[in-house]
Design a protein around this ligand. Structure first.
Ligand code: G4P
Length: 538
């Protein structure tokens, strides 16, 4: 074992271990089958247990958070932050993303920690509003996307029509890797486009949902299903003609997507999806720092905090920061430096959250996710490093479009209220804005989507015992501005300037674009700068 304090010794395994990592997230509209697919993926693979990168440590069983309890019945909790499992000779890290577009800022942060995404579509519905929003987040991060068309076991749309929708709506060129024999609902099996091999899927008798896969010779299936076979051959010919074939460069550049068909529930095409991720999805690459220089994978340990979550452990109400390892080997107990403050950060309590269980992480490599317990100083976007200083670009906050003033309902609970607001702000559950005019008793919440307000009020009441009153404000637009705008705009109507807790930036809020343009003309020397949009895609 290397000395945990001495990160500079390096570890010869880093490059090899990194090449085995595949770190991705699934994005989908609610109900498309993300939970079902997550379970199917994990069940296919050998879940890493006492051997391997994550060492099991029982004794914490039964300690689950409120939201995990809701998922418990499903066996593997899909609310868990990260599932890590072995498949073939790879280590797969599957990160959870919120399904609703109102939380696209959270999704954006998770996507800062992955190397690829699986876009899951319901065969009957195609691209749905939330998929579009989440896809847009993927595109803005340049994450390569693998598409899985799910629920092919039941009636749905035509395969070519779905592909056309993907290309026309989001401009992503589809490159099917498999092709279904039989229309959705009359599904017989999958043709592998590369080899031409055919696999038949048959439901087991007795109502079992899992289908069994059998390799069937092309001549045999052509004789058994002449019409479907002919249709499929015609469609495959068309795909070849239009050049819808595998193009690695276009996939990595985020302009084309490999497409697979299947059914998560019936376990059809799931192994093929895993094979594709292992074979086609990129392993972690060196991450650029704030200067734009790549941090080599073999450099001393470094990582990016992409998510902070509190209340995961009901017994302790602790706070966990999720760190994506970007370089070097992480070893539990090593002392890292928090780039934002220059302070040391001890990693004695490093864990992975798997389902309702937590396990101690002894070591991790680039691409892996480590949960750091009681990380009160850490915020999403922070860098931790060993030895060689580095700072990765922080994760930008999205332009909020919904605003509300929040106050404690009960003056006697103000202390709890203040503590709760501070914590939720640190977790980046919502943006917190303040001004002298409004005072600390009445901060303004700024959200990308209105469901964020529900999370804040719910958590303040249940976790902090601080019931609140929320009054929506009639603003729709926020722009980054400068301190001088506070006084300049104080006498203007339908606008207001507040300061953001997380980074001290000043935000000017306007009732609408028309009003903003007038103010801008009135104060031509003031800067009003747009932020990345998270929810404006429809
Ligand atoms: P989500 O996490 O994306 O919200 O979706 P989830 O997995 O919960 O799936 C939503 C519904 O779609 C579930 O049905 C699930 O069983 C079903 N489903 C998922 N994959 C497939 C598939 O490949 N084929 C078919 N036919 N159905 C699929 P439910 O009735 O809402 O719940 P349940 O009672 O079946 O659990």
């Amino acid at each position: 074992m290397t000395d945990p304090q001495d990160a500079s010794t390096g570890d010869p395994r880093v490059i090899g271990e990194t090449a085995r990592r595949r770190t991705f997230a699934v994005i989908s509209h609610p109900d498309a089958g993300k939970s079902t697919l997550t379970e199917a993926l994990a069940l296919h693979a050998e879940v890493i247990d006492s051997a391997g990168a994550v060492h099991g440590k029982s004794g914490r069983k039964g300690v689950t958070s409120d939201w995990m309890e809701m998922e418990r019945a499903r066996g593997i909790s899909v609310s868990s932050a990260v599932l890590q499992f072995a498949y073939r000779d790879c280590v797969i890290n599957l990160l959870d993303t919120p399904g609703h577009g109102d939380f696209s800022e959270d999704t954006y942060r998770v996507l800062a920690a992955v190397d690829a995404a699986v876009m899951l579509l319901d065969a009957a519905k195609g691209l749905e509003p939330q998929t579009l929003k989440l896809f847009d987040v993927c595109r803005s991060r340049g994450v390569p996307i693998v598409t899985f068309v799910n629920k092919w076991d039941r009636p749905g749309r035509e395969a070519l029509e779905l592909l056309d929708e993907v290309e026309q709506t989001i401009g992503l060129r589809p490159m099917p890797l498999t092709w279904p024999l039989g229309i959705a609902g009359q599904f017989k099996g999958l043709i592998d486009r590369d080899s031409g091999a055919y696999t038949a899927f048959t439901r087991a008798a007795g109502g079992a949902t899992k289908a069994t896969a059998t390799a069937v010779d092309a001549g045999t299936i052509a004789a058994q299903e002449p019409e479907y076979w002919r249709d499929a051959q015609d469609e495959l010919g068309l795909l070849d003609e239009i050049g819808a074939t595998w193009d690695e460069k276009a996939f990595l550049a985020g302009t084309a997507t490999p497409v697979l068909f299947g059914s998560a529930l019936s376990n059809i095409g799931v192994a093929r999806l895993l094979d594709s991720l292992v074979e086609l999805a990129p392993a972690p690459a060196p991450r650029p720092d704030v200067e734009g220089d790549d941090r080599p994978l073999a450099a001393p340990t470094s990582g990016l905090v992409f998510k902070v979550q509190a209340g995961m452990d009901k017994a302790h109400r602790d706070r966990m920061a999720f760190l994506r390892i970007c370089s070097g080997r992480f070893e539990r107990g090593m002392v890292l430096t928090h780039a934002a403050t220059g302070k040391p950060f001890a990693t004695k309590y490093a864990q992975s959250v798997f389902g309702s269980e937590r396990r101690t992480v002894e070591e991790a490599f680039p691409g892996d996710i480590v949960g750091l317990v009681n990380a009160t100083a850490l915020r999403p976007g922070d860098t931790l490093y060993a030895a060689d200083p580095v700072e990765f670009p922080s994760i930008p906050a999205f332009a909020p479009e919904h605003f509300a003033v929040i106050r404690a309902r009960d003056a006697g609970k103000y202390k709890q209220f203040r503590k709760g607001i501070e914590q939720l702000g640190n977790e980046a559950v919502i943006q917190i804005l303040r001004s002298d005019r409004r005072g600390d008793q009445a901060p303004v919440l700024a959200a990308v989507g209105p469901l964020q307000f529900d999370v804040v009020t719910g958590r303040l009441e249940t976790e902090f015992n601080a019931p609140v009153m929320l009054d929506r404000l009639p603003y729709q637009i926020a722009r980054l501005t400068e301190p001088a705008a506070v006084d300049a705009l104080s006498s203007q109507s339908e606008c207001e300037v507040l300061r953001r807790d997380s980074d001290g930036e000043y935000l000017a809020l306007f009732s609408n674009k028309w009003r903003m343009d007038i103010i801008q003309r009135k104060f031509p020397d003031l800067r009003f700068e747009a932020m990345p949009a998270g929810s404006s895609v429809t």
